[in-house]
Design a protein around this ligand. Structure first.
Ligand code: SAM
Length: 422
């Protein structure tokens, strides 16, 4: 039914409003509905809901839209906690109960595999986050031209929306948001973004500006002294504790942003591999600062860490020296170059960035990879593509898969997959 387009026409145009039923949620948290045979992807619609949407862009086979009226609401619809939800580009699912968010993510994972000719193995499950709010230990904020506040990119635009606080970020980040923005305003070098990382159990926030070095140490220490909230600011490094170990963190070194749910992710890997780890030769490819590598070494594995970033590779060495001297071998360079040089591997743990595996890495694994592979992924489309190459077209079978939700309120999630050579 056309609501306010003027003419009754099956042709959708930007700004026109139509009433649709949302069939299901798809990747990126959008509700899929249809109007006059055309697929509409609607922000803010939940499965089973009848909504009026306003078309925001029209393409050859589909259109995008925003939900403007909910006529029949899902029983899982909840009031978003954040006043910026829908404007800010950070979250997509605050209007759904956490139970539904998890269910929808499971469906997205199953569908992504199916599209690549793969089925979810028996016993596949999903672990929810330890905390659905306040879980991000690191965030990147934009500084607004002419204003002292910090903000995020708006949904569907390059503009920035100023935020006073963000409920998915750690309370310590929220505590310094109000003071750090005004302190850096007017700096020479004009920082454009600030990266904030929580450390020292929440007592410290590591501040890093981009472009690099535009924020002097003096400014950070001045903000720290003028900071009334009791969270220390630092421009150097910080420390995060995990399982009784203190890991050094720099702004340039990768961290898993959801520290509260980290154990669910890493211990899935450790539990699945435990029986075969003692004495085995394991590669932790894309190993970061060696947090997971050390857990694998704890279980008796001899681990080689492959890591491209010199800062993270050096941290892996440092953490190995501190906690398990002599157990990790750290090679700094790309997995593409280094992996084919490793011999006698029994297990490969892969945790690539969002883009997934380079073709030469999946090609090498298919040809010469070890009997067991564990693949951790933060981007389901890249995971499904790589699993197709390794399992449907390659020599592995998908033995287990688990969704670990490290990013509540957003459409993102982590997946861990266990592959066995056939
Ligand atoms: C998703 S993070 C995983 C880090 C680590 N497994 C963890 O849990 O902390 C990906 C890591 O791979 C590194 N990286 C990205 N591309 C790489 C490549 N082609 N070769 C080696 N390392 C790479 C990044 O620097 C980053 O530390």
């Amino acid at each position: 039914m056309t609501v306010s387009t003027g003419a009754l026409t099956p042709h959708l145009a930007r700004g026109s409003r139509v009433r649709i039923e949302c069939e299901r949620l798809v990747h990126r948290g959008l509700g899929l509905g249809r109007y006059a045979g055309q697929v509409i992807f609607a922000f803010g619609a939940l499965p089973g809901e009848e909504v009026t949407v306003e078309i925001t862009s029209v393409h050859r086979r589909h259109a995008f839209a925003d939900t403007v009226v909910v006529h029949r609401a899902s029983s899982d619809r909840v009031v978003p906690l954040c006043p910026y939800f829908g404007v800010c580009g950070g979250c997509q699912l605050q209007h759904a109960s956490y139970r539904l968010q998890l269910e929808l993510k499971e469906e997205v994972l199953a569908e992504s595999l199916q599209r690549h000719g793969l089925r979810m193995p028996e016993g596949a499950d999903a672990l929810g986050a330890a905390e659905p709010w306040g879980y991000r230990w690191r965030g990147e904020f934009h500084l607004l031209a002419g204003r002292s506040g910090l903000g995020f990119t708006e949904r569907g635009s390059y503009s920035v929306v100023e935020v006073e606080s963000c409920p998915i970020h750690h309370p310590s980040i929220n505590q310094v948001l109000g003071t750090v923005g005004p302190s850096v305003k007017g700096q020479r070098g004009h920082p454009e973004t600030l990266q904030l990382t929580v450390g020292a159990g929440g007592a410290e926030v590591l501040v890093k500006s981009r472009p690099k070095a535009s924020l002097s140490d003096r400014v950070v220490s001045e903000s720290a002294s003028g900071n009334p909230v009791g969270v220390r600011l630092t421009g150097e490094a910080t420390e995060i504790d995990y399982r009784g170990r203190s890991f050094r963190v720099y702004s340039d070194s990768f961290i898993q942003v959801n520290q509260g749910s980290l154990d669910r992710l890493y211990e899935t890997v450790v539990d699945w591999l435990r029986p075969e780890l003692p004495g085995s030769k394991v590669v932790d490819a894309y190993g970061g600062s060696g947090w997971l590598s050390l857990r694998l070494a704890d279980e008796g594995a001899r681990v080689t860490v492959l890591e491209q970033s010199p800062v993270s590779a050096r941290l892996s060495e440092l953490h190995a020296e501190m906690y398990r001297p002599g157990t990790l071998e750290v090679l700094c360079g790309s997995v593409e170059e280094l992996l084919p040089g490793l011999e006698g591997l029994t297990v490969a743990v892969l945790d690539p960035p969002r883009s997934g595996l380079a073709p030469q890495v999946s090609g090498w694994l298919a040809m010469a990879g070890p009997p067991t592979v564990v693949y951790l992924s933060c981007e389901v489309s890249a995971l499904a593509r790589d699993l197709e190459a390794l399992c449907r077209l390659g020599p592995y079978e998908l033995d287990q898969i688990r969704l670990v939700d490290m990013f509540p309120q957003t459409y993102h999630f982590e997946t861990v997959a266990l592959l066995r050579r056939k």
